[in-house]
Design a protein around this ligand. Structure first.
Ligand code: GSH
Length: 196
């Protein structure tokens, strides 16, 4: 049995929730309260030394990091084609997501939406980085429907999670027509559901 340690609000857990739903993978959910500190609690750290969600355990095999979890769970499915070069490109975009998109959009979104600390200097630090990342996505999607090849893959799931939050982080997606059109295509995928 697969156990999925989940929490609402998080874009990283949303990626895994979406994939589990779209691939109809049987699992049980342990829902943790991030704001209440459950993810950093001693008991959870015993199970998951990373002290973060998402996290999965399958028959004693434990895995952290949202994109590693997506790649593991999608193996052999239409969301992760077998071709090694296709997989290389999927991983390229998933590393880019963690490195350039997730923090630059996710942190300002968290601060603005949930009223946490709002250090103007930090917001200014992340703003150009998020815009630069969105421009990379925009240029890539200008002539393509999907990030890799001609089909929806785990790369699209990974990149959708935080780029959809750009407006909540203070960015106008009106300037990113190709990204906006791609988001609509993602929303039309069977089994898609919105982030809570
Ligand atoms: N790079 C990790 C990031 C995991 C992460 O930062 N998770 C956040 C939620 S998005 C978390 O567990 N926060 C709990 C806390 O900081 O107490 C991934 O992709 O899974």
């Amino acid at each position: 049995m697969l156990t999925f340690y989940d929490a609402p609000i998080s874009g990283n857990t949303y990626k895994v929730r979406l994939l589990l739903g779209q691939l109809a993978i049987p699992h049980e959910v342990v829902r943790l309260d991030i704001a209440g500190g459950a993810v950093r609690a001693k008991d959870f750290r015993k199970v998951n030394p990373f002290g973060r969600v998402p996290f999965i355990v399958e028959d004693g095999f434990a895995l952290a990091e949202s994109n590693a979890i997506l790649l593991y769970l999608a193996r052999g499915s239409k969301l992760l084609p077998a071709d090694v070069r296709v997989q290389g490109l999927v991983q390229q975009w998933m590393f880019f997501e963690q490195n350039q998109v997730e923090t630059a959009i996710g942190l300002p979104r968290l601060w603005r939406k949930f009223g946490a600390e709002q250090d103007p200097a930090l917001l200014e630090h992340y703003r150009p980085r998020a815009v630069a990342a969105l421009k990379v996505l925009e240029r890539h999607l200008a002539r393509r429907d999907w990030f890799v090849g001609d089909a929806y893959s785990v790369a699209d799931i990974a990149l959708f999670a935080y780029s959809q939050m750009a407006p909540e982080a203070g960015h106008d997606l009106g300037q990113f027509a190709a990204v906006s059109a791609w988001m609509e295509r993602v929303r039309e995928q069977p089994g898609w559901f919105a982030l809570e």
